[in-house]
Design a protein around this ligand. Structure first.
Ligand code: BTN
Length: 284
């Protein structure tokens, strides 16, 4: 669904791009939609049809936005940036955590450039401000669909990014009200954030980290992640409850190295979700 307003937004977005690949499929393949179930669903469908790398879908609203681990991502109209972009890496995609961590660095850089706000990064995909979630990343591998002669169509990564910008009118569900923060509230000075400018800057930063990943040169990005981390050095536990301890570091695959509380040594956490212990002993 794209009316006159969305056509104008798409034009403004493409004008604002400083990229060569991300957001630049050179085929009129980008979409700026008034409403969609999920930009990741839409892009996965296009990817299966062979959409070119860089194809980018932005929606003003998602009616079934998805987060990690099957959670809903609340996507009220004009309250956030809901963006999905398609990458087709030439390398084998074996380690999703490291890509997610590097994308966290890209989102942090973009938000800093456009708003001046410094987000923290929580393993593995959370963007945090003042202990609350300002955004998240959902990387998915669409299954099935066309395969090109070179097999490259099968290597599709749908990168979904949600950033909370403007508090929606009315009250939020309690669980979200407690945990989420909107960037304009974080600024707290009445400043309006330009979603299109943020989208274009995000594409630029995604392209910058993607070039490094493709060149196998992501160590510096992982150092940037470490420097912005709100996880390392903290006591953590997994949502599944099978591991408690201190987060020591990330390895080159993006896995989290945890010193176990029972003193049995260290363990590498490759997937799942963690909570961080606060000073009052609660976990969030
Ligand atoms: C998370 O924190 O669990 C990830 C949230 C990812 C949300 C974005 S919004 C754009 C894209 N479309 C979706 O349905 N999800 C991602």
């Amino acid at each position: 669904m794209a009316g006159e307003e969305e056509k104008k937004r798409l034009f403004d977005f493409e004008q604002a791009l400083k990229t060569r690949v991300v957001g630049r499929p050179n085929s009129g393949a980008n979409e700026y939609l008034a409403s969609i179930d999920s930009t990741n669903n839409r892009l996965a469908a296009l990817a299966r049809e062979g959409a070119p790398e860089g194809t980018t879908i932005i929606a003003r609203e998602q009616t079934a936005g998805r987060g990690r681990l099957g959670r809903a991502w609340v996507s009220a109209p004009d309250s956030g940036l809901y963006l999905s972009t398609l990458l087709r890496p030439t390398k084998n995609i074996s380690e999703l955590p490291v890509i997610t961590l590097c994308l966290g660095v890209a989102v942090k850089r973009a938000v800093q450039a456009v708003t001046g706000l410094e987000l923290g990064l929580k393993w593995v995909n959370d963007l945090i401000y003042n202990g609350r979630k300002a955004g998240g990343i959902l990387v998915e591998l669409p299954v099935g669909g066309k395969t090109s002669e070179t097999g490259r169509f099968s290597r599709a990564l749908v990168i979904g990014i949600g950033i909370n910008i403007k508090h929606p009118p009315g009250t939020l569900p309690e669980e979200i009200a407690e945990k989420a923060i909107y960037l304009e509230d974080a600024l707290g000075d009445g400043t309006t954030i330009d979603t299109i400018e943020l989208a274009a800057e995000l594409c630029y930063q995604i392209e910058s980290i993607y070039e490094r990943i493709e060149a196998d040169d992501q160590a510096i990005l992982l150092d940037e992640w470490r420097a912005a981390s709100v996880t390392l050095g903290k006591e953590i536990k997994t949502s599944s409850g099978d591991l408690e301890g201190t987060a020591l570091d990330i390895d080159e695959s993006g896995a989290l190295l945890v010193k176990t509380r029972d003193g049995a040594g260290t363990r590498l956490l490759r997937a799942g979700e963690i909570s961080i212990r606060s000073q009052d002993g609660s976990y969030s």
